[in-house]
Design a binder for this molecule. Structure first.
Ligand code: S3P
Length: 428
C-alpha cells in the first residue's frame, strides 16, 4: 500500500495508544502454560502479537479475543499438544525466539518459521543455549528459520551468560527454565528489558533478580490471572518525535508503560532539551505506567552509544529523524544489532534520508546525522519494516510538500492504528 503524507503544522491532543508489544507476547505465552484462566486487557493490536496468539492456539490453547481483551484458558505447563503444521511466527522475532524456549521443553517435535524478513534473522543465539539445555534445534543453513525443534521433557537447568544484550534470548532461556527441575540462571552484562522477569513473578514463578543475575526456580508453578497491558512506549516514540520537531505541538499520551529498562528513551530526550513531563505514575502488575506530556522543543542532539544504544535500539530510526532536526545532530554507535532487525535498519534509514536530501554518514555500527537539516518531500519506502514506515511518516510531516510512503501497511506489525491516530493529532 502506498500512502500520501502531507506536511503538518503541528500535532495536538490527548491520545491513548495500543498495548505494549513486548509485554503482550510474554503475557500470552505465560498465560498459556499457567493453570487457570487469564484475562489480558489492552492486549497489543499488532500483527506480531496475533502471531503469538495463533501459535498458542495451534499448540492447543483455548484463546478468545474480544476487542483488545484476550481470555487465555491455560491448563498448565504440560497441556500443550503437538501442532499439526508448521507454527507461523509471521514477521515476529519475539514470537519465534521466545516460543522456542517453550517448544524445547515439550515431549514432541515442532517446526516454526515466518515471513521472508524473519527467515533472514539469526537464530544461533537461541539454538546454542537450548542445545546446552538438552533440546536439539535444526535451522536452515544452520542458523536461519524455519527451525525444527526436537523438544525434550527432560530439559536441564542452565547457568547462562548472555553473549549479546537480547531480551528475546534471555526470555527464551527463562521460559525453557520454567520446565527444568532446578535453578536456571541468566547473567547479563548489559541490562535488557525485564518484562519477562516481572511477568514470571506476577504469574507466580519463584524468581529473583540481583545485580543483573536472574535466578528462576523450576519447575515453575504459574497461575492464571488478570493482567493489564500498558500502552507501548516504543509506539509513543513516534508521537514524541513528531511533537518535538513541529512548532506549536503539545500532546498528552495516557497510560504508557514507563518500565525503567525502556524509559531510557525519555531520559535521552530530556537530556537533549525536550520538554517532556511525566504525570500520574502508578504500578500495575509490576510495571510502571503513567501519562507523558510533550511540547515542541529545540533539542540539542547528542551521542547514543554503549548501554544507551541497547536500551534505545527500537527507537533509533525515529531518533535519527529527530537528529536531523536537532541543533547539533545525533551520532549513533555500537548499534550493529540494527543490521539484523526486521530490515537492516542502518541501511533503510540511510536510504530514506538520501531520498529526502538529508545528509548522513553511515558506519558499520551506526551513523552520524548532522543537525539543522531541511526535509524535502520524497518517495519513501518502509522496505516492509514497521518502525521504518512510522519513522519516515513522521519525517514526512516536517517536509516542504507531499511525500509518498511505499509499503506503508508494515506499520500494522506493531501499531495498526498509527496512521489514524496521526490524522487525529495533526493540524494542517
Ligand atoms: C524485544 C527485544 C528486542 C527488541 C524487540 C523486542 C523483546 O530484541 O528489539 O523489538 O520484546 O524482548 P532483542 O532481544 O533481539 O534485542
Amino acid at each position: 500500500m502506498q500512502k500520501t503524507i502531507s506536511p503538518a503544522r503541528c500535532v495536538q491532543g490527548s491520545l491513548l495508544l495500543p498495548g505494549d508489544k513486548s509485554i503482550s507476547h510474554r503475557y500470552a505465552i505465560l498465560a498459556s502454560i499457567a493453570e487457570g484462566d487469564s484475562r489480558l486487557h489492552n492486549f497489543s493490536t499488532g500483527a506480531d502479537c496475533q502471531s503469538t496468539l495463533n501459535a498458542m492456539r495451534a499448540l492447543g490453547v483455548e484463546i478468545e479475543k474480544e476487542n483488545n481483551d484476550v481470555t487465555v484458558r491455560g491448563r498448565g505447563l504440560d497441556s500443550l499438544r503437538e501442532p499439526s503444521a508448521m507454527l507461523d511466527a509471521g514477521n515476529s522475532g519475539s514470537t519465534i525466539r521466545m516460543l522456542s524456549g517453550i517448544l524445547a521443553a515439550q515431549p514432541f517435535n515442532s517446526e516454526i518459521g515466518g515471513d521472508e524478513s524473519l527467515s533472514r534473522r539469526p537464530m544461533g543465539r537461541i539454538m546454542e543455549p537450548l542445545a546446552t539445555m538438552g533440546a536439539r534445534v535444526e535451522a536452515r543453513d544452520g542458523r536461519y528459520p524455519p527451525l525444527t525443534i526436537h523438544g525434550t521433557p527432560n530439559i536441564q537447568p542452565l547457568d547462562y551468560t548472555l553473549p549479546v544484550p537480547s531480551a528475546q534470548v534471555k526470555t527464551c532461556v527463562l521460559f525453557a527454565g520454567c520446565y527444568a527441575h532446578g535453578e536456571t540462571i541468566v547473567r547479563e552484562a548489559i541490562r535488557s528489558r525485564d518484562h519477562s522477569e516481572i511477568a514470571l513473578r506476577e504469574f507466580g514463578a519463584d524468581i529473583s533478580v540481583s545485580r543483573r543475575v536472574i535466578r528462576l526456580q523450576g519447575r515453575a508453578k504459574l497461575t492464571g490471572r488478570e493482567m493489564f497491558v500498558p500502552s507501548d512506549l516504543s509506539s509513543a516514540a513516534f508521537f514524541l518525535v513528531a511533537a518535538l520537531i513541529l512548532p506549536g505541538s503539545e500532546l498528552q499520551l495516557r497510560g504508557v508503560g514507563l518500565n525503567p529498562t525502556r524509559s531510557t528513551l525519555l531520559d535521552f530526550l530530556v537530556s537533549t532539551g525536550a520538554d517532556i513531563r511525566i504525570l500520574k505514575v502508578e504500578e500495575v502488575n509490576g510495571e510502571l505506567v503513567g501519562e507523558i506530556a510533550v511540547r515542541h522543543s529545540i533539542v540539542q542532539g547528542g551521542v547514543i552509544d554503549e548501554e544507551t544504544t541497547a536500551a534505545l535500539i527500537d527507537e533509533i530510526p525515529v531518533l535519527a529523524v529527530l537528529g536531523a532536526r536537532s541543533e547539533n545532530g545525533i551520532t549513533i554507535r555500537d548499534a550493529g544489532e540494527l543490521r539484523i532487525k526486521e530490515t537492516d535498519r542502518i541501511e533503510t534509514v540511510v536510504e530514506n534520508f538520501r531520498r529526502m536530501g538529508v545528509h548522513v554518514d553511515e558506519f558499520e555500527d551506526g551513523m552520524h546525522i548532522p543537525g539543522k537539516q531541511t526535509f524535502r518531500p520524497a518517495a519513501f519506502d518502509s522496505f516492509g519494516d514497521h518502525r521504518i514506515a512510522m519513522a519516515f511518516a513522521v519525517a514526512a510531516l516536517a517536509a516542504g510538500g507531499e511525500s509518498q510512503l511505499d509499503n506503508a501497511e508494515a506499520a500494522s506489525v506493531s501499531f495498526p492504528e498509527f496512521y489514524g491516530l496521526l490524522d487525529e493529532a495533526r493540524m494542517s
